[in-house]
Design a protein around this ligand. Structure first.
Ligand code: AMP
Ligand code: MG
Length: 487
């Protein structure tokens, strides 16, 4: 019997077997000098993987796709997508691989996926690689989102490949090992529908229902039922983003999951000062994916999903459109209900409070935040102190606290629960200036600041001594923040 840590993992290939039309068997590039930079040990354990074994050469080879179990059948997934409104019929995993599926310790099927693992047939002229900074960025932001209670893909590990990648400058390369309930996207359905093979779309619907919405297994109209479930999941997801001040930045239909998890942390950012027009992505010049437009874009993306499903909803096209439109018509109510109830939680107000009072209270608050451009996260966190009788910290956020005082009087009249507020409003989010500071140091080889940042933001609701700078907005000298795609 060997006492060496075991990297053995059962990697299923369900997607590759059930939907071969949407998968190209592929392998990762060779990374003989790979070095593990960061491993998410609790997540490894949740997947039934031995964290110690993942530190060994065999473990690192698994995390870069260089040594996979014989049973595994890694694939690059095919998908299409609307990017900034324009349709691309063939996107797919240009620099990613689905290694396979793992049954986690809760019995759930999870995708084990690599990003930055080398060019695939979908690379479209891209180099297929990724740099250390952006992969660590996805690691810290996705793990923060998870800790904040937002459905999201998870980050298992970032491995430095030992190879350089050419961007504006030469940067160290990396592979992110990512875990997700699946990598099925609206773009997957668009690709399947574009083949004209209705049976393929039906199989994709059945696969999606089985993986994500098993309670719909006996639905009379599976495509319509799936459409409804994804509408609900996305409405709830986007409401969570809005409540936290999160800007996804690249809500293309290939980045909209069927599971309702947030995916692809490219040009995303958390707002500091509240502004509905916040845009961080360097290429989003029209503000298509601005903070305040996210619910609208979510609805638009779901309409593209409905289109891809149309031929499978009803044999009669007019009837199909009518049924799909009825479902889509529910998005706004579903979103508003999720946002409204989340906002009441943030304000410590019971869900059954009189809506004639709470609706204008929320609208007026947003106006107040927009006019005053106060730090969004800091405002809500400090507000619980106002409920405890200490308004100084919150008032100090406003150049003119007069309008806030009037608003606060109405809000205090509803008897807010300050402890409940502290459980809903984070102290620590991945502040843009701190993310950049940590990534700069990590790219230079020093991971200490990165590890501190991960520690702060993965326990976001509990204030700790010594972490004061993690709760502060960027200093003015940080200037406007820019983020990038395809890094
Ligand atoms: P994303 O913005 O990360 O969602 O990527 C959009 C599309 O571009 C996907 O099809 C990616 O696989 C592809 N892509 C992004 N960066 C690269 C790269 N460096 N090499 C190849 N494909 C890439
Ligand atoms: Mg993507």
């Amino acid at each position: 019997m060997s006492l060496a840590p075991q990297t053995a993992v059962d990697l299923g290939s369900r997607f590759a077997r059930e939907l071969p039309e949407l998968a190209v068997p592929w392998a990762a590039a060779e990374f003989p000098d790979a070095r593990l930079l960061v491993l998410n040990e609790p997540l490894a354990a949740e997947l039934g993987l031995d964290p110690e074994a993942l530190h060994t050469p065999d473990g690192i080879a698994l995390l870069t796709g260089n040594r996979v179990p014989e049973t595994a059948a890694p694939v690059a997934q095919a998908y299409a997508g609307h990017q900034f409104g324009g349709y691309s019929p063939r996107l797919g995993d240009g620099r990613a691989l689905l290694l396979g599926e793992v049954v986690d310790t809760h019995g759930r099927l999870r995708d084990l996926h690599l990003k930055g693992s080398g060019p695939t047939p979908f690379a479209r002229g891209g180099d297929g690689f990724a740099a250390v900074g952006p992969m660590l960025r996805e690691y810290v932001i996705s793990e923060a989102m998870h800790a904040l209670g937002v459905p999201t893909t998870r980050a298992l590990a970032v491995t430095a490949t030992g190879l350089d990648v050419q961007r504006e400058t030469v940067l160290p390369g990396a592979v992110l090992a990512r875990v997700a309930l699946s990598h099925l996207r609206v773009g997957t359905f668009q690709y399947a529908a574009s083949t004209g093979d209705g049976e393929l779309v039906r199989r994709l619907v059945a696969h999606s229902i089985d993986r994500h919405y098993p309670h719909l297994a006996d639905a009379e109209n599976p495509s319509l039922a799936l459409l409804g479930a994804v509408i609900d999941a996305q409405a709830s997801l986007i409401a969570r983003w809005m409540l936290l001040g999160f800007v996804h930045g690249v809500m293309n239909t290939d980045n909209v999951t069927i599971s309702g998890e947030t995916i692809d942390y490219g040009p995303c950012a958390f707002m500091d000062a509240f502004d509905a027009a916040s845009v961080y992505s360097s290429i989003d010049r029209q503000g298509r994916y601005a903070f305040g437009r996210q619910p609208l874009i979510g609805e638009w993306n779901l309409a593209r999903f409905a289109e891809a499903l149309l031929t499978t909803i009803d044999a009669d096209t007019d009837r199909s459109i009518e049924l799909a439109q009825d479902e889509l018509g529910r998005f706004r109510d579903a979103y508003n209900a999720a946002w409204f109830s989340g906002m009441l939680d943030k304000l410590g107000i019971p869900a059954d409070a009189d809506q004639e009072m709470t609706t204008p209270l929320l609208t007026d608050l947003l106006d107040l935040l927009q006019i005053s451009r106060v730090d969004y996260t800091g405002f809500f966190r400090r507000l619980s102190a106002v409920a405890r009788g200490d308004a100084a910290g919150t008032r100090a956020l406003f150049a003119d606290p007069g309008p806030f005082d009037l608003w606060a009087e109405r809000w205090l009249g509803l008897g807010p629960d300050s402890d409940a507020m502290d459980a809903a409003n984070p102290v620590y989010i991945p502040r843009n200036h701190l993310v950049e500071e940590a990534l700069d140091a990590a790219t230079g080889g020093d991971l200490a600041l990165f590890e501190q940042l991960v520690a702060a933001v993965t326990s976001p609701f509990t204030e700790r001594a010594g972490l004061e700078r993690y709760a502060e907005p960027a200093p003015d000298a940080f200037g406007p923040y820019r983020t990038f795609c395809g890094t």
